[in-house]
Design a protein around this ligand. Structure first.
Ligand code: GCO
Ligand code: MG
Length: 407
């Protein structure tokens, strides 16, 4: 199973994706998602210049050994660009192994721990009324868990709400340099409970309700928010504060029983070591794509399971359908699985990625095709040229007239 070719593709079917394709001498093909929103070209250059040449001639069967080689052999360990590039190789090799064994990846990992993965979608609104409509539409689609975000009156642009007329939030800004936004923690903290109150009043307590604070609060503010929304029984409050200082989550924990989720920007087990060991959070949101692939995320999941912490992977549209499928396979196996984010994909995106998963009654299943179960359609991908784009910021500029804090 010697590796003969490793190629990188960049494409933009509605949004940018980077895909690594590995081919063995015997003609087996594996793909891995190398998309890092807003930093796509950095990862594709890293792969093309530094990783692909090193893969040629290696035995595709030895996934762990290749992982260690790329991680330790680079000398410059960790970081989002390196770990996304390693993840793409890792997933492509699992895809090949699955095809060689004629098994879906979840079977190779040890088989299913569940019939399907509970997923949560996004309901957003420029007003609470619009949010209620969107929530209703998502329930009709079958979702049983929803992340709710709404515009905060008095703040020009609130995280998680689309910039244009569409009701779908897109986590990237195309073209121009990212805009800086004003922010008022005061306004947010007083309005957020009203959003959950309106949803619970209208729809009751049967569905799982989630919310993303997108790193905007200080630990004390996060503690205040968690406490003020306890009655609404959130499934989780996400990224209440930046997690570079893992110890700062102690403050939040001491003050609220609202469950906390964190980690969509983590790329290594070291990013969450203290959070896990001290049980400072309830869900780890790291993904296969950005945290070193199936091989590394499996380690994080196992470590978290020792402390009764569950996994709740990131799954916005900036993770390609190939990356989503990798998360689904791992999620099928993970004993301490919690939930998977799933915003869904446009028709154009799905014309480039032929997927095999199914969505029913709020649950996703990766399907039973050998390997990842996703075909990358190169001819279609070639139609869409990559366009410069940026991750929407989690840094909001201070509005000088407000009593605010910014992170
Ligand atoms: C989420 C997110 C995303 C990120 C985006 C950044 O919870 O889905 O916070 O919308 O902002 O993935 O690239
Ligand atoms: Mg998030």
């Amino acid at each position: 199973m010697k590796i003969e070719k490793a190629e990188v593709f960049v494409t933009c079917p509605d949004r940018n994706y980077v895909i690594l394709k590995i081919t063995t001498e015997s003609g087996l093909v594996g793909i891995g998602d190398a998309t890092l929103n807003g930093r796509e070209i950095a990862v594709s250059a890293y792969l093309e210049n530094h990783i692909c040449p090193q893969l040629i001639g290696k035995d595709a069967k030895n996934i762990e050994d290749i992982w260690q080689l790329l991680y330790r052999g680079a000398y410059w360990r960790r970081g989002p660009v390196t770990m996304t590039a390693i993840a793409a190789v890792d997933v492509a090799l699992w895809d090949i192994k699955g095809k060689a064994a004629n098994m879906p990846i979840f079977d190779l990992l040890g088989g299913s721990s569940r019939d399907g993965l509970l997923v949560y979608g996004h309901a957003t609104g420029k007003s609470i009324d619009q949010l209620i409509d969107e929530y209703h539409k998502h329930k009709e689609m079958g979702y049983r868990a929803l992340r709710v975000q709404a515009s905060i009156p008095g703040i020009e642009r609130s995280y998680g709400v689309s910039k244009d007329k569409s009701s779908t939030y897109e986590p990237a800004t195309k073209g121009a340099i990212p805009e800086e936004e004003n922010w008022s923690t005061e306004k947010y903290l007083s309005y957020a409970p009203k959003i959950f109150d309106a949803i619970r009043n209208k729809f009751g307590f049967d569905d799982h309700l989630l919310h993303d604070a997108h790193h905007r609060l200080t630990p004390l503010e996060a503690a205040q928010l968690g406490k003020s929304v306890e009655d609404f029984k959130l499934f989780w409050l996400e990224d209440p504060t930046p997690a570079e200082n893992q110890e700062s989550f102690r403050m939040i924990r001491q003050h609220t029983t609202t469950p906390i989720a964190v980690g969509e920007i983590f790329n290594s087990i070291w990013d969450c070591k203290t959070l896990i060991e001290e049980q400072l959070v309830d869900y780890i949101r790291a993904t296969v794509c950005h945290a070193g692939g199936i091989t590394h995320l499996r380690r994080i999941a196992d470590f978290a399971s020792l402390y009764q912490i569950k996994m709740g992977a990131h799954g916005p549209s900036d993770i390609s359908p190939a990356g989503m499928a990798a998360g689904l396979h791992l999620g099928m196996w993970i004993p301490n699985f919690g939930i998977q984010e799933f915003m869904g994909y446009s028709e154009k995106m799905l014309s480039v990625f032929n997927v095999n998963w199914t969505f029913e009654d709020g649950y996703l299943h990766p399907g039973f095709k050998p390997g990842l179960g996703v075909d990358f359609i190169e001819d279609e991908a070639a139609k869409y040229l990559i366009s410069r784009s940026f991750t929407n910021s989690s840094l909001n500029r201070r509005d000088s007239l407000e009593l605010v804090s910014w992170v």
